[in-house]
Design a protein around this ligand. Structure first.
Ligand code: GUN
Length: 278
């Protein structure tokens, strides 16, 4: 039976440590989130970010904009926040409504306040020099979880399923920086199990596929970033928990694994940006 990787316990410890650090140093981090439209999942995410920021001692503000705003209006709002000295971190909740130019909006955020690390400028640092970059929140949280459970990364075979800008691509880069051998699979990859069967670390981030225990190497580290709901509305990940946990060495539960660690990553990024400013 796999060891459960408890994201809630580690998130709580990290928030507590950040709170102590903020009190000790007197930095004044402030995270402002922009929420466009009323997608129920996005509203819940932003609500959670506000809740856990408070626990870490981070000031937050949410700017809500109606779903029919245009790209220019969102960009003007971001420019105001760029100029506001009290705001140290800006987060644009994704996805944005379809008519909005997401790329233009993301890149309107000043790189010094880019808490998600999604701007081209930050990604240029991450994929280029490898210096002075913000690690996107989910990969940062996952890296902290791998460290917590003393998972050795150098030389290991890591298979990432999903190639998003939010998880798959930055996760691959971070694991390569830690000297893993990385394979990315995606919706056009035939026979994904041929890759997962030899993987020491499997990271699934699709929201669509199901990984079963027979697709895994015994003892594999399984990190599940997927979010799916079954017919009864119950939340589960991309991994069939029962069959995977009987083969894996370590596994994240859903909920309670990578979700809380994404929040922890966001709060660590917020504190890092505020620290650089002072
Ligand atoms: N939507 C899903 N994940 C994320 C994330 O990490 N950051 C933002 N801004 N939006 C998201």
């Amino acid at each position: 039976m796999a060891i459960l990787m408890n994201g809630i316990a580690l998130r709580n410890r990290i928030l507590n440590e950040l709170n102590n650090y903020i009190n000790k140093t007197g930095i004044k981090p402030k995270l402002t989130a922009i929420l466009v439209g009323d997608d129920s999942a996005s509203k819940l995410y932003v609500h959670n970010k506000e809740k856990y920021a408070r626990i870490a001692g981070i000031e937050t503000d949410i700017i809500r904009m109606s779903s029919d705003v245009n790209t220019e209006t969102v960009i003007r709002q971001i420019q105001k926040l760029n100029a506001d000295k009290t705001v140290t971190a800006i987060l644009v909740q994704l996805p944005l409504p379809k008519h909005i130019d997401t790329n233009a909006v993301i890149n309107a955020v000043d790189v010094s306040k880019d808490v998600d690390g999604f701007t081209d400028k930050n990604l240029g640092h991450m994929f280029g020099s490898g210096r002075d970059f913000i690690m996107p929140c989910t990969p940062r949280g996952i890296l902290a979880l791998l460290n917590e459970y003393k998972i050795n990364i150098p030389g290991k075979k890591a298979v990432i399923i999903g190639r998003s800008n939010i998880v798959g691509k930055p996760m691959a880069q971070i694991l390569m920086m830690h000297n893993a051998t990385v394979t990315i699979c995606h919706s056009h990859t035939p026979n994904i199990s041929q890759f997962t069967k030899s993987a020491d670390i499997v990271i699934a981030a699709t929201g669509k596929i199901t990984i079963t225990g027979d697709m895994l190497k015994p003892g594999a580290v399984c990190i599940d970033v997927g979010m799916q709901r079954d017919a009864t509305g119950k939340l589960h990940g991309d991994m069939d928990f029962d069959s995977c946990s009987s083969v894996a060495g370590y596994i994240t539960p859903t909920p309670g694994g990578t979700g809380p660690m994404t929040i922890a990553g966001l709060m660590m990024n917020t504190v890092d940006l505020a620290t650089k400013k002072t």
